[in-house]
Ligand binder design. Structure first.
Ligand SMILES: Cc1ncc(COP(=O)(O)O)c(C=O)c1O
Length: 349
C-alpha cells in the first residue's frame, strides 16, 4: 500500500537483468560504448527523429537544469507553471545552471499552462529593454505535477506562442511515458512535431533504477550540452549501466506497458475511491490521484500501514472524524491490484 510516490517503487526486472548483463567484460567509458550508442538509435526510432541527440543522466533535476542551461541565457526568464517541479522541488538547480536566469510563474488549473495565460505573460515581457529579464524559454511538464496531460494540439498552441516570441520549449517528461500510454499518442506528435525543442524523458519513476534521457531535437545545442553535463559532474564513467536501463525500458514498448500498468492501477484506485464516496479531485490522465477523504478514513488507512502524502503538504489534519483531508496517491509499474484493494478495504473500514 505504498502510494507516496512512483519513485518509491523498485526496479523493473527486465531493467535489472539488463544491468546484470552489462556487468561482465569491458566497455569504453563516458558513453563511448555500444549500449549508449544503441540508446541514441532507439530514441531516434521511437521519436521518429533521425537528427535527435540523446544524453543520459541519472536524475530528473540534472536533466531539467542542464537542458534549461542550454536554452536560456543568464539574463533570460523561463516561463513555467507555478506548480512546476523546476520551481518547487529543484532547490534552484535550474537557476544555478542557467547562471542567474529566473523562473516566471504562470497559474492554471491542473498545473497546466493555458494558451491565454502564456500569451498574456509573453505580452507583458519587455524584450530589448536592458532593465528587464529577456525572454528565455518556456517549460511545460507532461504529465503535469497534478497528474493532467496536454494534448498534442495544446502543446502545439503553446509552442506556436513561444516560437512567436523567439524562445525555445523545454518539456519535463518525468511522466511522459504515462502520458503517452494514456493518450495512445505518437511520441513525436507530443514533442518535436508540436514544437518542443528538448524533452527530458524520465525512466526512473517508471521502472529504472536511475535513468533519464535528455533528447535534443535540434542538434545545434548538442556540444554545449555535452560540455555542461561534464562540467556539472553528470558524465558517468560507467555510462553503460544507465544506458542498459534506458535501452531495456524502450525495448519492444516495455516503457509503455509499465506506464500503462501504473495508469490502470490509478484508474482502479480512483474508481474505488469514488465508489466509497471519497472525492476524486483530478482527472486521472496519468498515475496520480488527488483525493479528499475524511479524517476517520485517513486514520484507518494510517493504522493499516498505507503510505501517501497529505496534499498540500502544509495541511495538518485535525477536527472530528468527518473533517476533510486531502491526499495525493501515486501508483507505479509495481503497484498490484491487491495493493489497491487492500487500500480500499482499509478506507471503507
Ligand atoms: C515533474 C517532475 N520533474 C522532475 C522530477 C525529477 O526529480 P529527481 O531529480 O528527484 O529525479 C520529478 C520527481 O519528483 C518530478 O515529479
Amino acid at each position: 500500500m505504498f502510494f507516496a510516490s512512483d519513485n518509491a517503487s523498485g526496479i523493473a526486472p527486465d531493467l535489472l537483468a539488463a544491468m546484470g548483463a552489462a556487468a561482465g567484460g569491458y566497455a569504453m567509458p563516458y558513453g563511448n560504448d555500444d549500449l549508449t550508442r544503441a540508446v541514441e538509435a532507439r530514441v531516434r526510432e521511437v521519436f521518429e527523429a533521425p537528427e535527435a541527440r540523446v544524453y543520459l543522466v541519472a536524475t530528473g533535476t540534472a536533466a531539467n537544469a542542464l537542458a534549461l542551461g542550454c536554452l536560456c541565457p543568464p539574463w533570460g526568464r523561463v516561463w513555467c507553471h507555478e506548480a512546476a517541479h523546476i520551481e518547487q522541488d529543484e532547490c534552484n538547480a535550474p537557476e544555478f545552471y542557467m547562471g542567474g536566469a529566473k523562473l516566471s510563474l504562470i497559474r492554471g488549473a491542473e498545473a497546466k499552462i493555458g494558451a491565454d495565460a502564456l500569451a498574456a505573460a509573453l505580452d507583458a515581457a519587455q524584450p530589448g529593454v536592458v532593465h528587464s529579464a529577456q525572454p528565455g524559454a518556456l517549460s511545460i511538464t507532461q504529465a503535469t505535477e497534478l497528474g493532467a496531460t496536454y494534448t498534442a494540439a495544446e502543446i502545439a498552441a503553446l509552442c506556436d506562442l513561444a516560437k512567436g516570441a523567439g524562445i525555445p520549449v523545454h518539456m519535463d517528461g518525468t511522466r511522459f511515458s504515462n502520458a503517452v500510454a494514456r493518450m495512445n499518442a505518437r511520441p513525436a506528435d507530443l514533442t518535436w512535431r508540436a514544437g518542443v525543442d528538448v524533452l527530458c524523458l524520465g525512466a526512473t519513476k517508471c521502472g529504472a533504477m536511475a535513468a533519464e534521457a535528455v533528447i535534443l531535437f535540434d542538434p545545434a545545442r548538442a556540444w554545449e550540452f555535452e560540455l555542461r553535463r561534464k562540467r556539472g559532474g553528470h558524465l558517468f564513467s560507467k555510462m553503460r549501466f544507465v544506458a542498459a536501463q534506458m535501452l531495456a525500458w524502450l525495448e519492444d514498448g516495455l516503457w509503455l506497458r509499465l506506464a500503462g500498468h501504473a495508469n490502470a492501477m490509478a484508474d482502479r484506485l480512483a474508481a474505488g475511491l469514488a465508489a466509497a464516496g471519497a472525492g476524486v479531485l483530478n482527472p486521472i490522465d496519468a498515475n496520480m490521484i488527488f483525493a479528499r477523504i475524511t479524517l476517520a478514513q485517513h486514520r484507518r488507512l494510517q493504522a493499516a500501514g498505507a503510505r501517501y502524502y497529505l496534499w498540500p503538504k502544509a495541511q495538518v489534519p485535525e477536527g472530528g472524524g468527518d473533517a476533510p483531508v486531502e491526499i495525493r496517491l501515486v501508483t507505479s509499474f509495481a503497484t498490484t491490484p491487491e495493493d489497491v484493494d487492500r487500500f480500499l478495504d482499509a478506507l471503507r473500514g
